[in-house]
Design a protein around this ligand. Structure first.
Ligand code: MRU
Length: 422
């Protein structure tokens, strides 16, 4: 599909604000890159279902959607109507409204367990709601406060990501030039994994934001991205985003990363994060750990010295209450997701005849998207969605506050980093 404008996970149509629309639309990422279909989310249940089924994914994006789901229902309530979670009468009592709200935040938290951004956003909403109630607010004031905090989660994500991208791009260029790995002004090749762009956030992205900033600075030569099975976030989503940004790119099968690094010059591996413990251990999309290991240990034939691994994430992805990555809960996805692939139905014979060329789907025109089973029926698959990369393999952690570095030894002190940056 020839998409030329940057894709977004969220939109509000008709020149309205979120408050006016009392809802948001999300792009259905299960259908990308073959069909662009927008779906309206105006309730907590719709937000929950979209997160759970991965119609929307990416740590910051799911935190934003959960928050907007709450805000949508409370705006309905404030307009005098009942919403599915909040009957109109609940506005008459702040304590009643608070108790209904806490049930909904607990429910939303069960949608996906690994990304801490969801917990952070819901905790922020809960604290603001409790404080407002304790301060003697009425139901209207409480609902209004929660709407403001919830919308703030989405807005802050839009504002901070360019800073993350620029900080990361400057850090790697300065490091490579200082160490004499590249000449001054030389362009670099970057590898990434999963999808961490505007589809995974409220705009611009994190790891993909670093790549975008390098591109804007005129310092990016080529972006490689891992296919990222079994959900294919690289193949389906990062491919589209890089093309829409005009960035030279090549997909690499997950099984070919070792071969890539043995053969091609790669200067940086940049990954996003779902949760970063206080010592820098990082949970991110499955395969981030093994790619980081390969980066740290060059193949004897490789043109590469050890390749720096940079983790890019907002401060809300830091879980400062967690000492190390040992305690991170890793989401297990169902067997069937690993045993199937979803994609556009194509005529294989025609594709072979044309030498693998196939007409891109037209924007606005739906094509047939199907899920096919690639294993014998009922195959059992172990399907963790994330893995933990130890801090020892990570050269830098970039946030909107700057780049955290290891003080001494193999670990970070992210508690001090955040304290110093505030
Ligand atoms: O399972 P997903 O697609 O939600 O996993 C996404 C990732 O692992 C991303 O790298 C992470 O959430 C950061 S997105 C800016």
């Amino acid at each position: 599909m020839a998409v030329t404008t940057p894709l977004t996970a969220f939109r509000i149509t008709g020149g309205r604000t979120f408050e006016q629309a009392q809802s948001v639309e999300i792009i259905d990422q299960l259908l990308l890159p073959h069909t662009i279909r927008w779906e309206q989310v105006s309730t907590i249940e719709e937000a929950f279902a979209a997160i759970k089924s991965m119609k929307i994914r990416g740590a910051p994006a799911i935190a934003s959607l959960a928050s907007l789901g709450i805000a949508s229902e409370l705006l309905t309530l404030l307009s005098g109507k009942s919403s599915p979670s909040f009957p109109a009468e609940s506005l008459a009592s702040a304590t009643e409204l608070l108790s209904l709200l806490l049930k909904q935040t607990a429910y939303l938290l069960t949608s996906r367990p690994t990304a801490v951004n969801l917990l952070e956003a819901l905790s922020r909403i809960e604290s603001a709601a409790k404080q407002t109630t304790e301060a003697g607010a009425d139901g209207h004031q409480l609902a209004r406060k929660v709407v403001d905090v919830a919308v703030g989660v989405w807005e802050e994500d839009r504002e901070r990501n360019v800073a993350i991208g620029d900080n990361g791009a400057r850090w790697i260029l300065e490091k490579l030039e200082r160490e004499g790995t590249i000449e001054k002004g030389e362009k670099i090749n970057v590898l990434t994994v999963c999808n961490t762009g505007s589809l995974a956030t409220s705009a611009y992205g994190t790891a993909l934001g670093v790549i975008t900033s390098l591109h804007h600075m005129g310092r990016l030569s080529h972006a490689y991205y891992a296919q990222t099975g079994p959900y294919q976030q690289g193949a389906r989503l990062t491919s589209m985003e890089l093309a829409s940004l005009g960035i030279e790119n090549t997909m690499v099968c997950d099984t070919a990363i070792g071969a890539l690094l043995a053969e091609k010059r790669v200067h940086l591996f940049v990954a996003g994060a779902d949760r970063i413990a206080a010592n820098g251990d990082t949970a991110n999309k499955i395969s981030t750990y093994q790619i980081s290991l390969l980066c740290s240990s060059p193949h004897p034939f490789s043109p590469n010295p050890p390749i720096p691994v940079l983790v890019a994430a907002p401060v809300t992805t830091l879980d400062l209450a967690m000492d190390s990555g040992r305690s991170i809960i890793i989401e297990q996805r169902p067997s069937w997701e690993a045993c199937t692939v979803r994609g556009r139905v194509v005529e294989v014979d025609e594709m072979i005849k044309s030498g693998g060329k196939i007409e891109p789907a037209q924007e606005g025109v739906d094509v047939e998207v199907a899920t096919v089973l690639v294993t014998p029926p009922n195959t059992r698959a172990w399907n963790p969605a994330f893995d933990v990369t130890p801090a020892s393999l990570i050269a830098g952690i970039v946030t909107e506050l700057g780049v955290a570095k290891k003080e001494q030894g193999a670990e970070y002190d992210l508690r001090s980093f955040v304290k110093a940056g505030k």
